[in-house]
Design a protein around this ligand. Structure first.
Ligand code: ZN
Length: 204
């Protein structure tokens, strides 16, 4: 399986990092070796001093698809979950300055946190109104709502599948709302999808 991440999909987040508002979805990928499951602790790598949390809604692809039209995109996922796109921001900024690819700052081991449970999309009253949140040490640091996405789930699936064949089990991280910031050793992270706590782990 592969992990596809959408960047700059919320206006307030693009602005907080001084990025332009994109006119089409920005995407990048992480390898399956980046997955961090089961609420295992996250270990800050020794080559970065600034790992940022990015809480994101995640959709799980349920069949093979290529060149998917927006109007058919709903057929390609049944479930919605929650994850964190950990980013070594210091490294990413250096790479961006030089115009180099972001992989080192995004694709490293443990950089794709995923909640243990996914929920049927039919259980959400409106895919354009899904709330999610990240708390650190019981303080809310990021609060998102899918209605604030620049590109919705169907547009994301359609756009990505123009370039990359989607396969069953692929995960798409759909972008982070504003409020990204560094994590430090000893932090306790808790992620919520609506009222359900799906992430609950420590930074070490
Ligand atoms: Zn992200």
């Amino acid at each position: 399986m592969k992990i596809i991440c959408i960047g700059r999909n919320y206006v307030a987040h693009a602005r907080e990092l001084n990025n332009e508002i994109p006119v089409e979805p920005v995407f990048f990928m992480k390898p399956d070796s980046a997955l961090l499951r089961n609420n295992d602790p996250f270990y800050i790598p020794d080559w970065t001093t600034e790992v940022h949390h990015e809480i994101e809604l995640v959709i799980k692809i349920n069949r093979v698809g290529k060149n998917i039209e927006t109007k058919f995109a709903q057929r390609y996922f049944d479930e919605i979950g929650l994850g964190i796109d950990f980013t070594a921001r210091d490294i990413q900024n250096k790479l961006k300055e030089k115009g180099l690819p972001w992989e080192k700052s995004k694709a490293f081991d443990q950089a794709a946190v995923i909640g243990g449970k996914f929920f049927p999309k039919t259980g959400f009253h409106d895919q354009g109104d899904i709330n999610f949140k990240l708390d650190i040490n019981r303080n809310p640091v990021q609060e998102g709502n899918s209605g604030l996405m620049i590109f919705g789930l169907e547009e994301i699936i359609s756009h990505v599948s123009k370039y990359v064949t989607l396969k069953m089990g692929d995960l798409i991280y759909t972008g982070t709302p504003a409020g990204v910031g560094p994590v430090k050793i000893g932090d306790h992270l808790e992620g919520f999808l609506e009222d359900k706590k799906l992430l609950d782990f420590m930074i070490k």
